[in-house]
Design a protein around this ligand. Structure first.
Ligand SMILES: [Zn+2]
Ligand SMILES: [Zn+2]
Length: 1121
């Protein structure tokens, strides 16, 4: 076979043999095709990726070479061609054939260059590898400069190829072998060693680890090249072989998830050994590397923050060994059943011969120089050997041979993988098999947790905590280490760090209340929520130690405080677990649970307090001990308070009700105007709860729910309140109906009723109503009360009015009820007088009490005099002040020039007890009046219209003429004397007749045309024809005697002018009163209701102002009779 070549896609293998080219399928060696294109022997093959020759070139330039060309190679960029010549010369030419560099080999023509190759296209610098029959392997740059020295071969090389993307060289030749070299030329191993003669050609299948070798005898062999993983692990320090000659040390920290053992990554700590690395061992800061002919020991150093491994020792010896182990001060080599210990200098210290081959060895630590090792033997023995001790200790022996083993963190448990892929875990002390797991071909204990281990096999990773079922997950490769929550796993040429959450095993422990263990697991790495669960579970089980640790871990200060407080309480001797549980649940907001525990602990109050604090009053109530209702109510009150303060008045009201705090509830309900609720409450209330019911009624009334309010009063049996309510809402019908049944309350109804009527000027109506109801005396009584009130309240105007009303009522009664007639008539007179007094006094009171008065001085003067006349000789009616009257008189008299009267008034005042406010004024007045003449202005003195006598200003006899005793008739506004003279009828003349007679004279009195159908009258008239018969009768009185009124007969009556006569038409049993205006030019008006007289102008003005008579308040426009 002269040459072989792969189709670039690797699907065909072309072989040049003789003058044929044979095409094989490289997968199974079947013949695909035989090409017979050449007449002569084919020495060389090449498969073009993109066609033969350059398509644009029609012909090929040929260059004469002086010597035989044995081999050639293009640089990967196709710019240069290297030719190997039989003369031992290498010629590097441009693609145009021009020689650029000529390299002369030291062996000259004795060392023909038999094979050369430019390096792989991925390398940055072009390197030419040259084999010659001077048995050397050498390397050149493109510029012809040699790289390194010649590597000596012990055979004549015939073929060289790059392998695995240029990382290695494969060389074959006269030694019939195919050997692997590093690309620097270090021998690494033998790929093939055949008896089929020299190796003439080699082809590496693209993108695979297949090497095809052509031999001299026509044999083609196909080889699969694999490299063992060579590595060592100590805790998280992982050292592995890279590219067969390098050692890379890597810390398996959290940043690293994946390490490709083949990939040359500059950031790694790489040690170039320039030799085949056969074994690696790491222990603490030591790294031992066995190379082809020596062992190098490195020490880890950190300098200026840079981490590196420095060679510290070399043992220059070619060891044959299966296993290499480094300790702090020793190197242990293991060959089959023999174990040897060397010092770092290579001095053998000890040998151990064991019963069977050693399959696994692991340093398990110990003092420097006295480390212990764990050995697994093919015969199933597990031995412990101490470096300084010649006697192995058997720890265990199993039936199957051992493949792998590991010791737990605290060295109490041993995990063994045996040949049948089962993992056995033993207790070292008792030798007891703790458990087994199948499908395991590697195992590792957690370096931080005694009870955790992981194992791998059959595409799965198993994580196991103590005796719990293992947690399985899919994973390819072998576990090699387990630190905390990370599992290191080797798969093909990659080391992976797998973060495994420890949640599952933690929960396995938790489920069994193994809190300490669960905590240990959690420490390896669990999620926040796992921590939370752990802490809560531990707390729940009162494992405060773990709980505290867990809470600390997740920084839950709140719970830490809780734990602290519970522990404190425990220290003080409290031991009610249920109580603690209650607290714990309460902290977790699991209030229902908490409450149950509190109750269980006999502390229901705590539940109550808790719910109360939470404002969950309904729930709180459930826990109130039923024996104490007051407590329950207290709770309700709290609840209500809360609701009230949180603007939930309805809730609050309900709660207060539930708490029995009816008054508070009612206030809320009432203020919010919830009538229905108010009524509901009222109906439910006990009759005896008067306070609450009263409150209900109060609010109902405020809400104008009178019917409901009445219902409440009824319920209370409070008739008076009920009646008052009806009165207040002026539901008179109902009020009267009630009074009918309960006459004791009549004042309560009639007085306000009258008041109301009075306020509404409905006295007449009222009277009618009373009359209708036959309650005339009741009406009177009411009115008396009303009058009394007015006097008490100094509403003298009203008092006057009411007295007038009273008098009229009395008159009414006198007319109807004969038994009371006399009494009533007496009362009538009395009340009439009082009505006038109060009516008049109102003006005096206003004058003395108020700074301004609407009255003219003359009016006040007259009023005061009128009043004094009324009250002289008797005690003044209640409320009427003689002082005020005299004071007013004194002042007005003085200003009007009645100095004598004024002085009299002042003197009179000094006989009376004076109020403070008048004292100074009166003193001053009584002094200054003395400077005035002691007489009264004559203009002021009244004249009697009957007898024309000038009267003094004051008459001790009263308001009548001192001469004829005719009572003065005053205008009831100015209180001037009116020119009226009263007359009476002769016996035998009825009022009706008199009126008729007067009316009949309505014709102008001096006319002759009048006619009368009354014969008698006519005849009488004819008899007594006088110019003015009335005037003639004015002076019919006798001096010094009593008052004798003017008496008229029918003739006089007939002579009277209707317009000059005023008739007070009193109802029966009174007789009418007749007055004649002696000065018809003075217009006089009389109220047709009260029969008071006025100057017509004054009356009109007052009616205009007040819309009624000032005295009787009768609304009338018929004022002029
Ligand atoms: Zn007189
Ligand atoms: Zn009147």
């Amino acid at each position: 076979i002269y040459d072989i070549a792969f189709k670039p896609d690797g699907t065909q293998l072309l072989v040049a043999t003789g003058n044929k080219i044979i095409v094989y399928d490289p997968t199974d060696g079947t013949l695909v095709q035989t090409l017979r294109a050449h007449k002569d022997t084919v020495y060389c093959l090449g498969y073009s990726k993109d066609g033969l020759w350059a398509p644009e070139q029609k012909s090929v330039n040929k260059h004469k070479i002086s010597n035989r060309i044995t081999c050639c190679s293009w640089t990967s960029d196709g710019q240069y061609l290297a030719l190997g010549l039989f003369s031992g010369v290498i010629s590097i030419r441009s693609k145009l054939g021009e020689e650029k560099i000529k390299i002369e080999r030291p062996g000259g023509s004795l060392s023909p260059v038999w094979s050369l190759k430019w390096n792989h296209k991925d390398d940055t610098n072009d390197v030419l590898t040259v084999c010659d029959w001077g048995q050397t392997l050498s390397f050149y740059h493109l510029n012809g400069k040699q790289i390194g020295k010649d590597a000596k071969l012990d055979y004549d090389p015939c073929a060289v190829q790059y392998y695995d993307q240029g990382k290695y060289l494969v060389v074959g030749g006269s030694n019939k072998k195919t050997c692997l070299y590093s690309k620097e030329g270090y021998f690494l191993g033998v790929i093939s060693d055949s008896s089929s003669g020299w190796v003439w050609c080699i082809a590496c299948k693209p993108d695979s680890n297949v090497v095809v070798v052509g031999h001299q005898d026509g044999t083609i062999t196909c080889h699969l090249v694999t490299f063992q993983t060579v590595h060592g692990l100590y805790r998280d320090c992982y050292a592995f072989r890279q590219n067969l000659t390098n050692v890379v040390v890597q810390r398996l920290n959290s940043d690293i998830k994946h390490i490709d053992l083949d990939e040359d990554d500059g950031s790694k700590l790489t040690i170039k050994c320039n030799d085949l690395v056969k074994r690696i061992s790491v222990y603490k800061d030591k790294l031992a590397v066995q190379l082809s002919d020596r062992i190098v020991i490195y020490q880890h150093e950190t300098k200026d923050g840079e981490s590196k491994y420095v060679p510290v020792n070399k043992i220059l010896k070619k060891f044959e060994c299966n296993l290499l182990v480094v300790c702090s001060e020793n190197i242990i080599l293991c060959q089959e059943s023999k174990l040897s210990c060397f010092s770092m200098d290579g001095e053998k210290q000890r040998d151990w011969s064991l019963e069977a081959n050693i399959r696994y060895i692991k340093v398990i630590g110990g003092p420097s120089g006295r480390e212990g090792m764990l050995l697994g033997l093919k015969n199933g023995q597990v031995l412990q050997i101490f470096v300084d001790n010649p006697f192995p200790i058997e720890m265990l022996k199993i039936k199957s041979s051992i493949r792998c083993l590991d010791l737990s963190m605290n060295r109490t448990k041993l995990a063994i993988i045996c040949d049948n892929s089962t993992c056995h875990v033993y207790d070292i002390e008792s030798k007891e098999l703790l458990f087994e797991e199948v499908n395991a071909n590697s195992v590792a204990w957690n370096t931080q947790n005694e009870d955790m281990l992981c194992y791998s096999g059959k595409g799965h990773l198993g994580i196991k905590a103590a005796g719990f079922p293992s947690q399985q997950r899919r994973m390819n490769g072998f576990v090699v280490g387990y630190c905390g929550s990370r599992i290191f796993c080797l798969h093909v040429h990659a080391m992976r760090a797998v973060d495994v959450p420890q949640s599952a095993p933690m929960y396995q422990y938790l489920d069994r209340q193994m809190y300490e263990e669960a905590y240990q697991i959690a420490c390896l790495g669990v999620t926040e929520s796992d921590w939370h669960n752990l802490s809560q579970k531990a707390l729940e089980d009162l494992n405060f130690n773990v709980a505290k640790k867990a809470f600390t871990r997740i920084r839950n200060l709140r719970y830490l405080e809780l734990v602290q407080s519970i522990e404190d309480r425990q220290k003080r001797g409290e031991n009610k677990t249920d109580l603690f549980m209650g607290d714990i649940h309460a902290y977790r907001s699991e209030f229902a649970e908490a409450a149950k525990y509190y109750k269980k602990a006999g502390h229901s109050q705590k539940a109550v307090d808790m719910y109360t604090d939470l404002r969950m009053f309904e729930l709180a109530k459930e826990y109130v001990e039923t024996t104490d209702p007051s407590e329950r109510k207290q709770l309700m009150a709290k609840q209500a308070n809360w609701a009230k303060n949180t603007n939930e008045p309805r809730e609050a009201a309900k709660m207060y009700l539930a708490a029995g705090e009816n008054l508070k509830a009612l206030d809320i309900i009432g203020e919010n105007g919830w009538t229905d609720m108010l009524m509901d409450v009222a109906r439910k209330l006990d009759k005896a709860d008067r306070e609450s019911l009263t409150k209900c009624a109060y609010y109902l009334k405020q809400l104008q729910q009178y019917a409901y309010c009445a219902e409440v009063f009824n319920k209370m049996g409070d008739r008076k309140a009920h009646i008052l309510l009806q009165v207040e809402i002026k539901n008179w019908d109902e009020a009267f109906a009630l009074v009918e049944k309960h006459p004791e309350f009549k004042d309560d109804v009639y007085v306000p009723y009258a008041q109301w009527l009075a306020e509404n000027d409905k006295f007449e109506e009222a009277q009618k109503a009373f009359h209708k109801a036959g309650r005339i005396s009741d009406a009177l009584h009411v009115l008396e009360q009303l009058t009394e009130n007015a006097v008490n309240e100094c509403r003298f105007n009203d008092a006057g009015y009411y007295y007038w009303m009273l008098s009229m009522q009395c008159l009414d009664i006198a007319a109807e009820r004969t038994p009371k007639k006399v009494e009533m008539l007496k009362k009538f007179k009395k009340y009439q007088k009082l009505a006038e007094i109060y009516y008049v006094y109102h003006s005096i009171q206003r004058y003395t009490d108020e700074p301004f008065t609407s009255h003219l001085p003359e009016a006040l003067f007259n009023i005061a005099r009128f009043l004094l006349h009324c009250i002289s000789g008797s005690t003044a009616p209640r409320g009427v002040s003689k002082v005020a009257t005299l004071y007013a008189l004194a002042k007005q008299s003085r200003s009007l020039g009645a100095y004598k009267l004024s002085r009299f008034a002042y003197d009179k005042l000094h006989t009376l007890k004076l109020p403070m406010r008048f004292q100074d004024l009166i003193d001053l007045g009584s002094v200054t009046i003395r400077s005035k003449p002691y007489h009264d202005s004559e203009d002021l003195q009244p004249m009697c219209y009957r007898c024309s006598t000038t009267n003094p200003l004051l008459n001790a006899q009263g308001s009548s003429c001192i001469n004829c005793h005719q009572p003065f008739v005053y205008s009831f506004s100015s209180f001037e004397v009116l020119p009226l003279v009263e007359f009476t009828l002769e016996d035998g003349i009825s009022d009706e007749e008199a009126c008729r007679l007067i009316d009949s004279s309505s014709k102008p009195p001096r006319s002759d045309e009048w006619k009368d159908n009354d014969r008698d009258a006519q005849s009488l008239q004819m008899d007594v024809v006088e110019e003015d018969p009335f005037t003639a009768r004015l002076l019919t009185f006798e001096g010094g005697g009593d008052y004798v009124p003017v008496v008229v007969n029918r003739v006089v009556l007939r002579s009277l002018s209707r317009g000059d006569v005023f008739i007070r038409r009193w109802a029966a049993p009174l007789r009418f009163q007749y007055f004649k205006n002696l000065m018809p030019e003075v217009a006089v008006a009389m109220c047709d209701s009260c029969f008071q007289m006025f100057h017509a102008d004054d009356y009109e003005l007052m009616v205009l102002q007040k819309q009624c008579c000032p005295f009787c308040r009768k609304v009338s426009d018929a004022h002029e009779d």
